[in-house]
Design a protein around this ligand. Structure first.
Ligand code: MG
Length: 417
């Protein structure tokens, strides 16, 4: 059995966890550079705020006047996600993060009432991490995802839906629209609708060869999962990832190389920190930069992907990234975005000893531990390479940012008597 636990309006819930005055109010969190709404509380949805509505338009709509708008605070959301993950690890033997606010739990072999266990987990996440969630249970990931959607759809419900039993879920399938199914995109749903296939029950009733013809093998897998056959097993080591990216759109266009150099160095430094936290090293890298795709600026985009000496050293990665960025840089453009992607990641422990390493690996490891320890204690960027800049004029526009309550000592929540 699997469970899927998913935070309700996750970004908004993170904001509310630290600011009780936001409870019960319509709240929306904006995308990077305060572009559009990417998370809404129920109150904001009730006022008619749509997902993805641009802020500059929505904030002028009369009926949306009561909405409180906030910039996205990924330092906070990432840390709240980690808290949720750690809590779940105490309750279930295996946890697989699927997105920042969604995690699969492996209930295989657990004794007792799984619905009661789910209720307890949900309550702990609510009281300890202060995040309201919904939990769906099912014999496959696809069914657990669907159960989660059903739980979420019941207003004022208990936030739980158990599709463990075949008879119960097949009864429910008759009324669930296909668009709710994980793995079926809009195009697939439209294709099926043209054949009169509208509910999940209609879909599971199709012959597998019909599904294959319409939707290829992915559709066949989705159908099999809905019928209770596991095609997507639990992945035990979600942390061994193949790549790790730090990419951002700039708050304002970057026109000069020194600013771009700062940004690329800062992204490489950030990527290196993430890499070390996972105990990995990178053996290849991609650096890219580009102008805005959507406005009338002259267009330029370029990227470079190359092998590097396996490392998790901030300074080594930064040097490689900046050198690549310099080669890609062309004067005279208004750059909108850049990124550093670390590729072909490997566990640091598996790394063979480099005979002619250009850095002393022990010295590098000691330096990185010192860097990470100081930054963990006093806040990210307390110690950072000077080339990443002090002003960081290129950084994202975030006018409505909440404090980094859980990761910055200067910004922790204060209790006043
Ligand atoms: Mg969610």
């Amino acid at each position: 059995m699997f469970a899927l636990i998913d935070g309700n309006s996750f970004y908004c819930s993170c904001e509310r966890a630290f600011d009780p005055t936001l409870r019960g109010k319509p709240l929306a969190v904006l995308s990077n550079n305060d572009g559009c709404a990417i998370a809404r509380t129920q109150e904001a949805k009730d006022l008619g705020l749509k997902m993805g509505e641009p802020w500059h338009l929505a904030s002028k709509r009369q009926e949306l006047k009561p909405v409180i708008w906030m910039s996205s605070n990924y330092a906070l959301y990432g840390d709240m996600s980690r808290r949720m993950y750690e809590l779940l690890c105490e309750e279930a033997p295996r946890v697989e993060p699927y997105s920042i606010d969604e995690m699969f739990l492996d209930y295989a072999g657990l004794p007792g009432d799984l619905l009661a266990l789910s209720a307890r987990i949900r309550e702990r996440v609510r009281t300890v991490a202060k995040i309201p969630t919904c939990v769906g249970i099912g014999p496959t990931k696809t069914i657990a995802k669907l159960a989660n959607k059903v739980a979420k759809g019941v207003r004022g419900g208990d936030g739980l839906c158990d599709f463990a039993r075949k008879e119960e879920r097949e009864e429910a399938y008759k009324t669930i629209p296909l668009g709710e199914v994980w793995g079926l995109g809009r195009a697939s749903v439209a294709k099926l609708a043209r054949r009169g296939v509208e509910s999940v029950a209609d879909f599971t009733a199709l012959r597998a060869d019909e599904v294959r013809e319409l939707l290829t093998v992915t559709g066949v897998r989705t159908q099999a999962e809905l019928k209770g056959t596991v095609c997507y097993p639990f992945s035990v080591s979600p942390l061994t990832r193949k790549s790790l990216a730090v990419t951002r759109s700039f708050g304002k266009p970057v026109l000069a190389w020194p600013d771009m150099e700062q940004a690329i160095a800062a992204y490489a430094t950030r990527a290196a920190e993430k890499l070390r936290r996972r105990g990995l090293v990178a053996t290849a890298m991609q650096v890219f930069l580009r102008t805005n795709e959507f406005n009338s600026d002259p267009k330029y985009a370029n990227q470079s992907t190359f092998e590097i000496e396996p490392t998790a050293d901030s300074f080594a990665l930064m040097g490689d990234a900046v050198r690549a960025g310099r080669r890609l840089w062309r004067d005279g453009f208004r750059y909108a975005k850049a990124g550093v992607v670390l590729l072909d990641l490997k566990p640091a422990a598996e790394l063979p000893q480099e005979l002619f390493a250009s850095r002393d690996p022990e010295r590098s490891a000691r330096l990185m531990i010192a860097l990470d320890t100081v930054n963990a204690r006093y806040g990210r960027q307390t110690l950072k390479p000077a080339v990443t800049g002090l002003g960081q004029s290129w950084s994202m526009r975030r006018q409505r940012l909440s404090p980094r309550y859980t990761t910055h000592f200067d910004e922790v929540l204060l209790a006043r008597a």
